[in-house]
Design a protein around this ligand. Sequence first.
Ligand code: 13P
Length: 350
Amino acid sequence: MNTRKLQETAHALVDAGKGILAIDESFPTIAKRFASIGLESSEQHRRDYRELLVRAPGVERYVSGMIFFDETLRQKSAAGRLFPELLRERGILPGIKVDLGARPLAGHPHETVTEGLDGLRERLREYRELGACFAKWRAVIRIQAEQGLPSAACLEANAQALARYAALCQEAGLVPIVEPEVLMDGAHDLAGCYQVTVRTLRAVFEALAVQQVFLEGVLLKSSMVLDGADLQQRAGVPQRAGVREVAEQTLRCLRESVPEAVPGVVFLSGGQSARLATEHLNAMSLCTAEQRLPWTLSFSYGRALQEPCLRTWGGDAARREAAQQALLHRARCNSLACLGRYSPELEEAA
Ligand code: 13P
């Protein structure tokens, strides 16, 4: 294992003021996103949209890496260039989603385990040859306190899979992004989310230790500690707890469960609005200045970076540049948020 190279890549992904753009939606997920703008999910539409994102001028100032879906890693731009090549020439690292999705966990209704370990060693070798230098695997944890969810079985099965995936990635020379997402769905409050997130992260890092994963060559992709979406709806506000409280509880949770050796924690947006995801990250960066944390904090957003861009584009080639500007604006806001320098006035100015 080339530990130095893994460390370099992990650090490059969380370079100051830079984060990751997740554009790794699977076929069903991208179909859902396109349906929201009335567009069919054909190969050409997926290519056009992802080319728009990949070629957004200046995006490399804010984005260190992009996560692709298998199709995109192999796809060519309209001018016949491979997507990973287009990223590389602008200094952006190509990454790849390697899990095959969450499937029902036998004996545990309402819970899932993420699959994709069979044949993973061979797939990783191929991805490496196609230019990927990091990978992502997402586990899904659902909170339903009245039914005792998440179960110990669900946490254990997902942590095991994440650890085996991470070890295989490092063997192949790819930095594993380890993503246990605690879903926002449900009526739990902030304290409930806090407890489950701590349990989840502890299970994950225990499993990583058992599999002897090199922590300095890993990034954690975490959800934030938030109120459940149903609770938010009932309260009639997008987030019942204030921005500062979310930031403090998320950091407290990470301090309790993430080893110091991990170079960076990148957040997923998980259904938060684009602005709120930025505000939360900014508030955490401000706390970091007060508390000195061992890891760099950054973003690895999908929806919170793409939504305004996708809406602006709407499948219309004439709105391509406006859509790219919308992406750049969100990328810049989140880059500033990594440094604690975001302010809502930037939204009005844009
Ligand atoms: P969201 O930011 O839209 O949650 O997506 C991030 C991601 O990569 C989920 O796996």
